[in-house]
Design a protein around this ligand. Structure first.
Ligand code: SIN
Length: 295
């Protein structure tokens, strides 16, 4: 297997401790849990998505663990502006605040609360099951460009997390790029559902949810590969990454870093496990493999 040189990684305006980032929503609801993941090998962390108003989220059940993935419809629960208090203890650490809004103005308002405390922002334009938010905006290139611009003009690193639930993800990636994004994160969950045959009802309270985990890894690799051919800004791969070899595969598709989410649910020590296998002082220069599958 490819082994990479150890050292800090600069991606989309943020300096990370390594190529591995805790994905949004997974253990990102408190400063303590973000801090613990950094201490346990994550090179950077993304918070749970924060919006303009406090939100309780969808009625349960909100999560179903499947054989090869996780189905969730949390409904963007978050404490809104009160979350600013969680970041105080994290100092200059690579903490990226995931934000959502229903308009460019709301995105700018939420980002403004964290200017100065966050290392950067990740715009959630991709949650597949939140009315008026996430993918409801993220499938429209005009809105994606406007929301991205509303945040990028604050002068902070601005990552945009894309939905795979579109015909052409490159059109959305290019819209984010036009809006001033410093990186693209691909992908958020795939819209999905399961039905309980015993109950004769959808498993999730919201009926539809987003599928993450191993099952979506090939979808994520395909999206990263397509975006690499169309966009100039860095790409961060996300979706079903659970091993060092899958990190390498994402990088070969074109990712400069990767986010890990569902795999944390199975193994809280996943970042240590992967870093032990992926890095060595005498490893190769990571830039050698980024996008090498296109040559
Ligand atoms: C949720 O809170 O429902 C999940 C967020 C997301 O899919 O972006």
């Amino acid at each position: 297997m490819v082994v990479l040189r150890t050292g800090p990684v600069a991606v989309g305006g943020v300096t990370l401790g390594n190529h591995l980032i805790l994905a949004a929503g997974v253990l990102g609801t408190t400063g303590a849990s973000l801090s613990r993941m950094l201490a346990r090998g994550a090179g950077g962390v993304v918070t749970k998505s924060i919006g303009p108003e406090p939100k309780n989220g969808h009625a349960g059940p909100c999560v179903a663990v499947l054989d090869n993935g996780i189905l969730n419809a949390m409904g963007l629960p978050n404490p809104s502006q009160d979350f600013t208090g969680e970041l105080g203890s994290l100092g200059q650490k690579p903490v990226i605040v995931s934000i959502f809004g229903g308009t460019p103005e709301e995105f700018a308002e939420v980002a403004g609360w964290f200017k100065g405390t966050a290392a950067g922002f990740e715009l959630n334009l991709s949650c597949p099951h939140a009315e008026g938010y996430g993918a409801a905006i993220g499938v429209d290139p005009v809105l994606v460009e406007a929301c991205t611009r509303a945040v990028s003009t604050l002068g902070m690193p601005t990552w945009v997390k894309l939905t795979p639930n579109v015909t052409d993800i490159t059109a959305i990636g290019k819209a984010a790029e036009r809006g001033g994004a410093t990186a693209i994160v691909a992908i958020n969950t795939v819209k999905a559902m399961r039905i309980s045959t015993a109950l004769r009802r959808p498993v999730l309270g919201n009926r539809y949810g987003g599928l993450s985990g191993d099952a979506i890894f090939p979808v994520a690799v395909r999206c990263v590969y397509e975006l690499f051919e169309s966009c100039k800004i860095p790409i961060i791969g996300c979706g079903g990454v659970s091993t060092a070899d899958k990190v390498v595969e994402m990088m070969m598709a074109g990712a400069q870093a990767v986010e890990i989410g569902s795999a944390v649910q199975r193994d809280i020590g996943i970042f240590e496990t992967i870093t032990n296998e992926l890095y060595a002082k005498k490893g190769i220069e990571p830039g050698e493999i980024v996008g090498c599958a296109h040559e």
